[in-house]
Design a protein around this ligand. Structure first.
Ligand code: 4NP
Length: 157
């Protein structure tokens, strides 16, 4: 069974679609399945923000087929790990988590690189293409760590 990872941000159009595309590109689908969602529902059904699509394309990734959706209760049982981009996402996701087991799956993504610091992936929505490239670089670095963790767990179990 592949490890299942859900990436979560506010809108599911800027940060979490990039996180989904980047982590999935590092792991085959028999090892890990990655999806993404937003805490909000304003963009449900839409493709990612065109600036996220462009940032991914600059690095050889096509995220244009992703479609935005809101996080839902069944995500807490369907996914093994739920990574959030910032502290407000963390508060909002924990608030709808149906159990203690569900809560334990929710992690601030940059804590995988900088443990316990609760650093945030900056929201590039009001920014420019440089801000999207910066988010890409941050997510690429942390997704490399997560990919190694998942691979090593697959070897030991
Ligand atoms: P995201 O960015 O959470 O990284 O997808 C945002 C996208 C949309 C909005 C805010 C943040 N919005 O207000 O519509």
């Amino acid at each position: 069974m592949p490890t299942k990872v859900l990436m979560v941000c506010l809108g599911n159009i800027c940060r979490s679609p990039l996180a989904e595309g980047i982590l999935q590109s590092k792991l085959s689908k028999d090892i890990c399945l990655v999806d993404s969602a937003g805490t909000g529902n304003w963009h449900a059904g839409e493709a990612p923000d065109k600036r996220s699509i462009a940032a991914a394309k600059n690095h050889g990734l096509d995220i244009s087929q992703q479609r935005c959706r809101q996080i839902k209760q069944s995500d807490f049982s369907n996914f093994d790990y739920i990574y959030v981009m910032d502290n407000s996402n963390y508060t909002n996701v924990l608030a709808i988590a149906p159990s203690e087991t569900s809560k334990s799956k929710v992690k601030v993504i940059l804590n995988e690189l900088h443990p316990n610091q609760n650093l945030e992936v900056p929201d590039p929505y009001w920014g420019n293409s440089n801000d999207f490239e910066n988010v890409y670089q941050i997510l690429d670095e942390v997704c490399e760590v997560i990919a190694q963790q998942i691979k090593s767990k697959k070897i030991t179990v």
